[in-house]
Write a protein that binds this ligand. Structure first.
Ligand code: UT7
Length: 327
């Protein structure tokens, strides 16, 4: 890479499954109400993948769109980093399935597990790979959390949705990635996890009976953590980028809860009108939420090339990550 070169976004894409599950549909499944879900979370509906669709299928569609947007061929991609908490398999990596589906035969491929911060983590890794000499890196955030949600647990099943987003990272002439911050607090690994199915607690008839193969979350703990960490990590990324909050055209936060977004934005000093929010239509799509909101912002004519963006994620780990970039 030449010293004068910048590293940025060459193309972007997103895909959500067709099936819509509304809050009213959920009223039929668990003891909840449209009113509770909307006032406590801001969510009205979410998308659910068909039985035939796994995370790699959604991710491959988003990846193809990102390649088209970048006017690149699959063979141009030298690495695929996939962020997901709902992989097709524990092994191999979902990135390998995406590689095969899109025909990116020249790409190294691996997954990255950072929960809902995964997309920002993966962008940071892609930035490092390009610095290290990789020319074009594909980042995919893809989730079919509907497969890992306990549809009898009202405290989690109303929150999540399925979807995918992807970007191609490489050298750009101007702008690009200006600053970032990623971090983790593993002492709190326990507040958001899938207890069974790993080496700590392999699947058994007993733990399946106890429904421990599904997402467990202490929502209130995650809520407090998120409100605390979003301003903190955003400020660090802004400082690294030497960008003032006022100069941010669009903040794209992880879409988990409008109350979290509102509280965090207030203490950051970013105008509410500059925050992209679409979780009313998609719920929490975990590692896919930021690119889905980004693409929607572009399609709605809000986000344009040259705009300064602040991306912020938080989630299982507990992890956090933020990035300032000129799109
Ligand atoms: O992507 C990163 C990970 N996830 C998050 O960021 C989620 C962060 N947390 C949250 O968004 C919120 O904590 C929730 C939306 C999950 C919950 O909202 P809350 O205001 O923290 O509610 P709560 O958990 O304190 O529960 C309040 C009440 C409880 O009833 P009692 O004990 O007060 O009688 C719950 O049982 O609401 C009840 N409740 C529900 N009621 C109707 C919990 N879920 C539901 C539901 N419908 N779906």
């Amino acid at each position: 890479m030449k010293d004068s070169s910048k590293i940025g976004i060459l193309g972007i894409g997103a895909y959500v499954p067709k099936r819509i599950l509304t809050n009213n549909d959920l009223e039929e499944l668990v003891d909840t109400s449209d009113e509770w879900i909307q006032t406590r979370t801001g969510i009205k509906q979410r998308r659910i993948a068909d039985a035939s669709e796994a995370s790699s299928d959604l991710g491959a569609i988003a990846a193809k769109q990102a390649l088209d947007d970048a006017k690149l061929n699959p063979e141009d991609i030298e690495a695929i980093v996939t962020a997901t908490l709902s992989p097709d398999y524990i092994s191999p990596a979902t990135a390998c399935l995406i590689q095969s589906k899109i025909g990116a035969h020249n790409a190294a491929a691996f997954d990255l597990g950072a929960g809902c911060s995964g997309f920002v983590y993966a962008l940071t890794v892609a930035y490092g790979l390009v610095l290290a000499g990789f020319k074009k890196v594909l980042v995919v955030g893809t989730e079919t959390t509907s497969r890992f949600v306990n549809w009898q647990d009202r405290s989690t099943c109303v929150l999540f949705g399925d979807g995918a987003g992807a970007v191609v990272v490489g050298e750009v002439k101007a702008g690009g990635i200006l600053g970032w911050d990623i971090g983790a607090d593993g002492t709190n690994f326990d507040v958001l996890k899938i207890p069974a199915g790993g080496s700590r607690e392999p699947l058994s008839a007993l733990n399946i009976h106890q429904q421990r193969q599904y997402i467990y979350m202490n929502g209130a703990e995650v809520f407090r953590f998120a409100v605390r960490v979003i301003p903190k990590t955003s400020q660090k990324a802004l400082l690294n980028a030497q960008v003032q909050p006022d100069d941010i055209d669009w903040m794209i936060p992880h879409q988990a809860n409008t109350r979290i977004i509102n509280a965090a934005v207030e203490s950051l000093g970013i105008a509410k009108e500059s925050v992209v929010v679409n979780l009313d239509r998609y719920g929490n799509t975990s590692a896919a939420s930021i690119p889905i909101a980004w693409v929607e912002g572009i399609e709605e004519g809000k986000i344009k090339r040259g705009h300064k963006l602040l991306l912020v994620g938080f989630g299982a780990g507990l992890t956090w990550g933020s990035m300032v970039l000129e799109y």
